[in-house]
Design a protein around this ligand. Structure first.
Ligand code: BEZ
Ligand code: MG
Length: 562
């Protein structure tokens, strides 16, 4: 009986933690309306996110950290590693939240004063944070988007600004500027390299916890925009997994590498296959060379095979030449973009799901490396090398870099991460473990794909706050709901990662509720038609097996469009 109670208590705690995680997940509650400034809770949430990171470039420390110290917790990082349901974490997060509300209502001075009374944070410590927030607040309120668009249409000059996310880099404000990328030679930045260590180690820890050993090889998806926003966190994660660090030359360019000794790394060097987007390839040419150099460097080390998986895998490779066996950086052919897996799924144009992974390889199997004479190879068709590299992959991974755009908001996540995971499944003859990380959250939490699909579904698709926010936009809002369902379906198609209950709940929420169906139908009948067809397709393809009654209803709704 005692054991039963303990089991029950553990299960309840776990459920409670999951509820808190869903509750605290930031979600967009509507689309961005061009020219409109964020207000109310949206503004407060943004400011709170900005304040939750150390910002050495502004001499500002993370607000929760200041609070934790003032309350006498010495090790905030340890508190962060606790679950969100942990009492101390809730206390600190609650105070941080309230102090930002105070700031929004009454300004910096009042907020610093409140924080001093509530948690004993010295006003001189809190002041820099709130001053930063005051500057951001002012810029958030001045929006030049429409004016800049008009200027652009007249062919006039638009002031430049960095391309990033407000939370990653508040200097992106004000919006409505001509965004520029980063200097590719500066990537990864020092901060990105430091931050990437947590994610890389957490990823390996998670895999080892689940499998009892390290993966033979990992496949990473790298995107251009993400690496602009994070100054190369994805790139830095790859370097950490390999166990090397970037070195800067006299011009402060990260063009060289240094090996992290095994004693310091305290684990084997991982083998990583990197598929990069066309945008990444165009923006980060020197970075691709750096990644290729990193793999070659690791392959050349005189280390035991069980501590250096690149060397171990090269020995097992089918490729006869060293230069071929060490090829790990792949992208589209020069001038080409995308894997097109998303289009194949959206158009229901596939029979066997392995066709989706094959398409990914067809599009992405161009090697970016060097030949035996040391000459750069920028895009050589090499499907056999990619097949060989993928045949040893046991884990696939991608970062999520913003709370606005997650894995069911756009079709590109299943196009890339779904596409490569599907390709691995056929080539390695086993489904890989598929992981994602919120590189945005201070603790860089790693989740499995299945967990992420559930979280996104609960926090967004099925959350009235999310869909009502979308429905405020009328026609477009219904299209967004339908997009989410199709993108969710994309994770069934490529990776079999969607629980059947998700399709049941989507049906109940949007189609089986007659009042909701009527609302959606009046706003945008075309998206309702696509939505019902997609749910029936999910059933036809065996992703979901609802009650006959539900199927009948869906078929009947579908019939209304004939
Ligand atoms: C990129 O930033 O590289 C990217 C963005 C959207 C889709 C695919 C790639
Ligand atoms: Mg697109």
């Amino acid at each position: 009986m005692a054991t039963k109670n303990t089991d029950r208590d553990a299960r309840i705690t776990e459920l409670y933690e999951q509820l808190i995680e869903i509750e605290q997940r930031l979600i967009p509650t509507g689309l961005h309306v061009f020219g409109r400034v964020p207000e109310g809770q949206e503004r407060g949430d943004l400011l709170r996110m900005v304040a939750s990171f150390d910002r050495p470039e502004h001499n500002v420390r993370a607000l929760p950290k200041l609070i934790a110290e003032a309350l006498g917790f010495d090790d905030y990082d340890a508190v962060l590693r606790e679950s969100p349901a942990n009492e101390n974490r809730q206390l600190i997060d609650g105070i941080a939240r309230e102090s930002v509300s105070q700031f929004c209502e009454a300004g910096a001075e009042a907020a610093a004063d409140w924080l001093n009374k509530r948690a004993g944070v010295k006003p001189e410590d809190a002041w820099p944070v709130f001053q930063l927030l005051a500057g951001i607040s002012e810029k958030l309120a001045s929006n030049h988007e429409l004016e800049s668009l008009m200027r652009a249409l007249r062919g006039e000059y638009i002031e430049p600004g960095p391309g990033a996310d407000i939370v990653q880099n508040p200097l992106v404000l004000p919006t409505g500027r001509n965004t520029h990328a980063v200097n590719p030679y500066s990537v990864p930045s020092r901060t990105a390299f430091e931050r990437a260590r947590h994610a890389a180690e957490a990823l390996l820890r998670r895999y080892v916890d689940e499998h009892g050993r390290y993966p033979r090889a990992l496949a990473l998806v790298l995107w251009g925009l993400d690496n602009i926003k994070t100054q190369g966190e994805g790139v830095a994660q790859a370097l950490w997994l390999l166990g090397v660090r970037p070195l800067r030359d006299g011009l402060n360019r990260a063009t060289e590498l240094e090996v992290i000794p095994l004693e310091e790394l305290k684990r084997p060097r991982m083998d990583v296959v990197m598929t990069v987007s066309g945008i990444f390839r165009d923006l980060f040419t020197p970075t691709m060379a750096l990644l290729d150099k990193a793999v070659r460097l690791v392959a050349s080390l005189d280390e035991p095979l069980e501590m250096n998986y690149v060397r171990r895998n090269i020995q097992e490779s089918r490729a006869a030449q060293f230069d071929d066996a060490v090829t790990r950086v792949f992208s589209n052919a020069p001038g080409n973009y995308g894997a097109n897996v998303n289009f194949m799924v959206m158009q229901s144009a596939w029979e066997d799901s392995a066709a989706l992974g094959d398409l990914f390889v067809t599009r992405k199997s161009f090697a970016y490396t060097r030949d035996s004479t040391g000459r750069t190879v920028e895009g050589r068709e090499a499907p056999a090398l990619m097949d060989d590299a993928l045949s040893r992959v046991e884990a696939t991974y991608q970062n999520i870099d913003s709370f606005e755009v997650g894995i069911t908001d756009v079709d590109h996540y299943f196009e890339y991460l779904g596409g490569i995971s599907n390709a691995v499944e056929k080539r390695a003859q086993a489904r890989p473990a598929i992981y994602l990380a919120d590189s945005l959250s201070p603790e860089a939490k790693i989740r499995s794909l299945e967990e992420t699909v559930r979280l996104e579904t609960r926090a967004k698709t099925l959350n009235p706050k999310w869909y009502e926010g979308m429905l405020k936009h009328g026609f477009r809002g219904v299209a967004e709901i339908e997009n989410h369902v199709t993108n969710t379906f994309g994770w069934s198609a490529t990776a079999g990662a969607v629980d059947p209950w998700i399709y049941t709940e989507i049906s109940k929420t949007f189609l089986l509720d007659e009042a909701m169906l009527q609302r959606l139908f009046e706003l945008n009948q075309y998206s309702v038609q696509s939505l019902v067809k997609r749910l029936l397709e999910a059933h036809d393809r065996g992703f979901w097996n609802p009650d006959e009654e539900v199927l009948e209803r869906l078929r009947e709704i579908c019939g209304r469009f004939r």
